[in-house]
Design a protein around this ligand. Structure first.
Ligand SMILES: Cc1ncc(COP(=O)(O)O)c(C=O)c1O
Length: 466
């Protein structure tokens, strides 16, 4: 099968990312551009256009305009997703040999940045919800416990990171958290990949964006939480703690020298939606519709996990006795593409495309699935929290573990070994093991149990440091 043939196929319902829902939620300006002669929009960095790192041209002008709209110092568009900009941000905030304080649910891109930039990731644990198997957000008390830990003493920590909202939509209350880190003199990077729409502030039920809560650097994945094409992202910089030149240089280390002009136009068109009255009206409509869909599903008896993001619908399928992977396969066979299957639930991303009649459709399918599985309904929870320490410093450097000599070890016999790789059950990209971490028996037992829940997503053997 050819890639183009796959792309040309239509599904009945797209409830996954990118958030534009296969074009239905693309901003009008980008649609118009795409209607022109195919390929007309593919230009190199000619002077009139420029690029994210160029001082002049339409891209620079657009970036300046959005930074000023948001009241921040600078912003840069990115064409390698939030991944590329998160990596650039972390490498701008810390120098080789320094440590960075990261939550345990950090996206793997930041662990990779640690390996690339020779930074030490200090991972702090997060609260865990056993009924669904999710890590959720830390509050100020939790962070205080982390900050008081003797394990942080003597470490040269250069910066702290928060991930909010999470893939499922759990957002943190930034009121105290950012200042707790600032009081230590650490700049704060917030991975707000899934919360771009919070910036619009179109509905007061939306959580506060990290940009307004004073984070130094905030990254948005514009294809996850705005209406841009895949790979589009933006990073915002404010305050005095991080110098713009350093961020600019860091982006230059990682960015392609040929950023796609179509993707840059898509970043611009998606951000225009946050700042124009028609765009804001469209976002508001989607958000209201998201709240309505969840309300209606709850009224129809569908057990939902409530999170803070109205554009995510998390069906707690485990409470119905159904594994999220089985449910996902059921929907896929019927042309309905969900975003995130997990053992205990199935997450649908509503995105920014109109979703007519969705609550009824999902509720009807849930009834049919339950009927089909009536003889094999299983109790799935409680899920076991990972036996990770409150604070984890890798046994050896992430860079050395990843790049040095390795050998294969069967996972079940790997107690006492140092991992040379990341293990990340798809999709949230959140590592359950990182390079440089030492495995003990309780971790192996937990991973072996995860293997039964996530089947092929946790390998039988892993690369360990020799
Ligand atoms: C929390 C979080 N941060 C960052 C990323 C990376 O985003 P992108 O796909 O735009 O590179 C993801 C992707 O799933 C994510 O879930």
């Amino acid at each position: 099968m050819r890639i183009s043939s796959v792309l040309a196929k239509d599904q009945e319902r797209i409830l996954c990312l990118p958030a534009h829902g296969r074009g239905l939620g693309l901003p009008p300006r980008l649609r118009q551009l795409l209607k022109k002669r195919a390929g007309i929009w593919d230009l190199p960095e000619i002077p009139e256009l420029g690029g994210p790192l160029e001082p002049n041209g339409a891209v620079a002008h657009s970036q300046e305009r959005f930074a000023s709209e948001l009241g921040v110092k600078r912003c840069w568009f990115g064409v390698n997703g939030a991944t590329g900009l998160l990596q650039a941000a972390l490498m701008a905030m810390a120098s080789p040999g320094q440590s960075v304080l990261l939550p345990r649910n950090v996206h793997r891109s930041l662990i990779q940045a640690c390996a690339l930039g020779d930074l030490t990731p200090i991972l702090y644990d997060l609260p865990f919800m056993e009924d669904r198997g999710h890590v959720v957000q830390a509050d100020a008390k939790w962070i205080e416990k982390i900050l008081r830990s003797s394990l942080l003493k003597g470490l040269d920590i250069a910066a702290a990171v928060l991930v909010s909202p999470t893939y499922h939509g759990y957002s943190c209350d930034f009121t105290k958290l950012i200042s707790q880190f600032h009081q230590r003199g650490w700049p704060v990077l917030v991975d707000e990949s899934h919360g771009g729409h919070f910036v619009s502030e179109v509905d007061d039920r939306l959580p506060e964006s990290a940009v307004f809560a004073g984070a130094d650097l905030v990254v948005h994945s514009l294809h996850k939480s705005a209406s841009a094409l895949a790979q589009c992202a933006v990073i915002w910089l404010q305050g005095e703690r991080v110098a713009p030149e350093v961020v600019q240089r860091s982006i230059g280390w990682l960015q392609t020298t040929s950023p796609s002009s179509l993707l840059l136009a898509s970043c611009e068109a998606a951000l225009d939606e946050w700042f124009t009255s028609q765009g804001r009206e469209r976002i508001l409509e989607r958000i209201r519709n998201g709240f309505e869909i969840s309300d209606r599903l709850s009224k129809l008896g569908v057990p939902l996990i409530k999170t803070d993001d109205p554009l995510k619908v998390v069906w707690h399928s485990g409470r119905d006795g159904i594994n999220g992977f089985d449910a996902d396969a059921w929907f896929l066979e019927r042309g309905i593409v969900a975003e995130l299957p997990e053992p205990g639930c199935l997450t649908f991303c509503l995105g920014l495309a109109p979703q007519k009649g969705l609550a009824g459709l999902l509720a009807r399918h849930r009834e049919k699935i339950m009927l089909a599985y009536k003889n094999s309904l299983q109790s799935l929870s409680p899920f076991d929290a990972p036996p990770t320490p409150l604070i984890m410093k890798p046994y050896i450097s992430c860079r050395d573990a990843w790049r040095g000599p390795t050998r294969k070890s069967s996972l079940k016999d790997a107690a006492g070994e140092i991992s040379a790789e990341l293990i990340c059950p798809y999709p949230p990209g959140v590592p359950v093991l990182i390079p440089g971490e030492k495995l003990d028996q309780s971790r192996i037992d937990w991973l072996m149990k995860q293997k039964t829940l996530w089947s092929d997503q946790i390998p039988c053997s892993i690369n360990v440091v020799t």
